[in-house]
Design a protein around this ligand. Sequence first.
Ligand code: CMP
Length: 137
Amino acid sequence: MEQTLSIIKPDAVKKNVVGKILDRFESNGLRIAAMKKVWLSRAEAKAFYAVHKDRPFFDELVDFMVSGPVVVSVLEGENAVAKNRELMGATDPKEAAPGTIRADFAESIDANAVHGSDSLENAEKEIAFFFAKREIF
Ligand code: CMP
């Protein structure tokens, strides 16, 4: 069993498709082990995406992530990290395979509906960023 972190980003929350996205996870063998809705501060968004701080898109990414509330969850299941990435589709929705979350709900590489941890190591860090152990079941 693995755990991974999912963020439903401000664009998808504004579009009111949170339930539809969570259904993709649950219908494909992932269980929601923890969940909350939060509006990130600029400092929190910068800290969460610190790995991208030198990339040219960093400021836009932070602006976008603080533009509204997000829904953060811990997803659990066999190969949860890879499974979640497969369900999300490519980062750029134009390149996302048909039927993936980003193909169906995302508009652009910034407003790309969801974030998912890219490795087990990062999943652990990202889960700890948002959740205390006692909030994960
Ligand atoms: P996410 O999986 O949340 O991780 C970093 C985010 O930066 C990514 O999704 C995109 O929304 C955003 N981003 C914007 N431009 C780029 C880019 N050129 N390459 C990768 N990520 C980008």
